[in-house]
Design a protein around this ligand. Structure first.
Ligand SMILES: Cc1cc2nc3c(=O)[nH]c(=O)nc-3n(C[C@H](O)[C@H](O)[C@H](O)COP(=O)(O)OP(=O)(O)OC[C@H]3O[C@@H](n4cnc5c(N)ncnc54)[C@H](O)[C@@H]3O)c2cc1C
Ligand code: FES
Length: 279
């Protein structure tokens, strides 16, 4: 975090903007103050507040892992005021970034385990940093499964990167779209993510499932995992409650005593079960 004021953002320049889908874009941001770049440390799973000057701030996961530092990457879906303003910016223009905030995926504790990444829609953004980190430290982990689902073929994020991931040894990539969302040349699966996951029938065997997506998908994924005998402690997700300060001061993001910006956003299914029902 820069300076004495915790709300003061770093000034960042957009150096690359890639269209993932008609309403999802990935940005690569570089620090205008090049001295700040090496000082910023973060862990996979943490997030930042990204600001568009004159429009406001919004929260996104930092999608590049610390193994690919020196810049900040995010993938965002255009949903409202700030994300529309961000979408209108071009390469060369500036935005603000403050962070990193929140807790992170305990990647060190997962050494030697198989990792199963299951993402729905823009939820894949939350899995991007831990997945890339696991790929960068390939020898540290067992088999890797990536199950990426979207409503339609056009809505699927990370299409190009998935080809690279699939070419890595010990990595299996499965893509699925909802029934009716396929195109005539679609060569992936057709079906809802929890159904495809059950069909893949992975064995719990000490593996870790990292899953993120819309609430309805998450609900059915947790049921599917239960049926497949995964313990709640081996299932990790992230919460996306609305936030304002992101530093545990305003009370906007809390679920009971759990402040998502401070105590989350990463938590196990076991912890999720203990939260009040309104998360
Ligand atoms: C920890 C965390 C990580 C996130 N990571 C990402 C990410 O990597 N990529 C991404 O695209 N989005 C992410 N989000 C959601 C993102 O913050 C919101 O979509 C964004 O703030 C909307 O801003 P806006 O001004 O464009 O929308 P607004 O004009 O404020 O709202 C537009 C619509 O989006 C809904 N909305 C606003 N905030 C949220 C939210 N937090 N969750 C769900 N719906 C919301 C509103 O209810 C409304 O329907 C994350 C949120 C959290 C808390
Ligand atoms: S966003 Fe202010 S307390 Fe969490």
């Amino acid at each position: 975090m820069s300076g004495r004021n915790p709300f003061r953002p770093h000034l960042m320049r957009i150096v690359q903007a890639s269209e993932e889908t008609p309403d999802v874009r990935t940005l690569r941001l570089e620090f205008s103050d090049t001295k700040a770049a090496p000082k910023l440390e973060w862990r996979a799973g943490q997030f930042g507040e990204f600001s568009v000057f004159g429009a406001g701030e919004c929260v996104f996961t930092i999608t590049n892992p610390p193994t690919r530092g020196g810049h900040i990457q995010c993938t965002f879906r255009q949903t409202g005021k700030v994300t529309s303003a961000l979408r209108s910016l071009c390469v060369g223009q500036s935005v603000g970034f403050r962070g990193p905030y929140g807790n992170y995926f305990p990647m060190e504790d997962w050494r030697g385990r198989d990792l199963l990444f299951v993402g729905g829609g823009i939820g894949m953004a939350a899995l991007h940093a831990p997945l890339q980190l696991a790929l960068d430290r390939r020898a540290d982990y067992g088999q890797i499964l990536v199950l990426n689902g979207a409503r339609t073929v056009a809505d699927m994020v990370y299409k190009e990167e998935m080809k690279e991931w699939a070419n890595t040894e010990g990595v299996k990539v499965v893509r699925t779209v909802d029934p009716g969302g396929e195109t005539p040349d679609w060569d992936g699966e057709v079906g809802l993510i929890p159904d495809i996951f059950q069909r893949l029938n992975p064995k719990p065997n000490g593996s870790i499932v990292i899953t993120c997506g819309p609430p309805i998908m998450l609900r059915f994924m947790l049921l599917a995992l239960d049926k497949l005998a995964f313990a709640p402690e081996q299932v990790i997700t992230t919460l996306e409650n609305k936030m304002k300060c992101a530093i545990g001061q305003c009370g906007r993001c809390n679920v009971g005593r759990f402040f998502v910006c401070r105590d989350g956003p990463v938590l196990t299914a076991a912890q999720l079960r203990n939260l009040p029902a309104d998360y």
